[in-house]
Design a protein around this ligand. Structure first.
Ligand code: URA
Length: 235
């Protein structure tokens, strides 16, 4: 790895700024000042110092779950300046959300700096269930819900089999628990819209074995050892 890249990864400064620090003679590799660009270092073997202080790349992975409130976007940054999920987490790690919830959806979001996790959790081939509690307009009947259970195969919406259970029927709306095994854009809203029942409220309560239980809205927590072991086991 090039020295300036190492400095940036160690969180010293941006890559450009790191180059300047190297040119200024402030960086040593194994007690020798290196002021030339492009010097290759071995992160496992070489000792890299800035102004005498040993630098280390922090490879520690973090796994966090957040109970996302309404009005918060699920991106690491937002061009419109809206509050994003990372703003709610107090960490100096570069974390980002795994999969997206719409701005008006609440509930479970996993945030991590483990780059390989997102693909495992979101790719349909891994069949990781994402469970939602949905409030829809009206009362969908068994035939309509069976369409969702069997999987849709229409032009712009193809879904795998889903688990669907009515939790409560009111006069004007119904509360339904649904588990889907992929994560397409606005998938739940589109599925219910297809059977003619608009989604009024949507909350994600679990992803695989990771559950939101006991976490207040707007709060977050670090996953425990068992949960991390489970996530890593999926890879
Ligand atoms: N499906 C949706 O329609 N919206 C979400 O936020 C998540 C799943």
């Amino acid at each position: 790895m090039r020295l300036q890249k190492y400095l940036a990864h160690a969180g010293l400064a941006s890559r450009r700024k790191s180059e300047e620090l190297i040119k200024e003679g402030k960086v040593k590799v194994n007690n020798k000042v290196i002021d030339q660009m492009g010097f290759e270092v071995d992160p496992q073997k070489d000792k890299i110092y800035f102004e005498g202080k040993l630098l280390k790349i922090d490879n520690e992975m973090v796994y966090i779950i957040l109970n996302k409130p309404m009005g918060v976007v699920t991106t690491a940054s937002d061009e419109k300046g809206r509050v994003n999920v990372c703003d709610l987490i107090d960490t100096d790690k570069r974390i980002y959300p795994v999969g997206r919830l719409d701005i008006d959806t609440t509930g479970l979001v996993i945030l991590t700096n483990d780059g390989s996790l997102a693909n495992v959790l979101m790719h349909p081939k891994h069949k990781i269930g994402k469970t939602y509690i949905v409030t829809v307009e009206g009362r969908p009947n068994g035939k309509q819900l069976n369409k969702l259970r069997e999987g849709l195969n229409i032009r712009d919406l193809k879904t795998q089999k889903a688990d669907v259970k009515i939790l409560k029927n009111f006069d004007k709306d119904s509360i339904i628990k649904i588990t889907i095994y992929e994560g397409q854009n606005h998938q739940i809203k589109r599925m219910f819209s297809y059977i003619g029942h608009k989604v009024k409220k949507l909350k994600r309560i679990s992803m695989g074995e990771i559950s939101l239980e006991g976490l207040e809205i707007g709060n977050y927590r670090y996953l425990n050892k068992e949960e991390i072991k489970y996530l890593r086991g999926l890879k």
